[in-house]
Design a protein around this ligand. Structure first.
Ligand SMILES: [Zn+2]
Length: 60
């Protein structure tokens, strides 16, 4: 599994948004997002925050 992110993902087998166990790190997380709208929206916000931070650094 090669995920290039800057988040401090404590445990790839645990959902960082609800703390639930993931059956399979990576693909299982994607499946989990599809089943948990709250986690999906949380992931969207997190991703936008990451993009926002990068954009802020570039424009600053
Ligand atoms: Zn979750």
């Amino acid at each position: 599994m090669s995920v290039n992110t800057t988040t401090n993902w404590a445990d790839p087998a645990t959902c960082p948004f609800c703390g639930g166990d993931l059956p399979d790190p990576g693909a299982g997380f994607v499946d989990h997002l599809g089943e948990s709208p709250d986690c999906e929206s949380g992931f969207e916000v997190w991703r936008e925050n990451v993009a926002g931070d990068v954009a802020g650094e570039w424009s600053g």
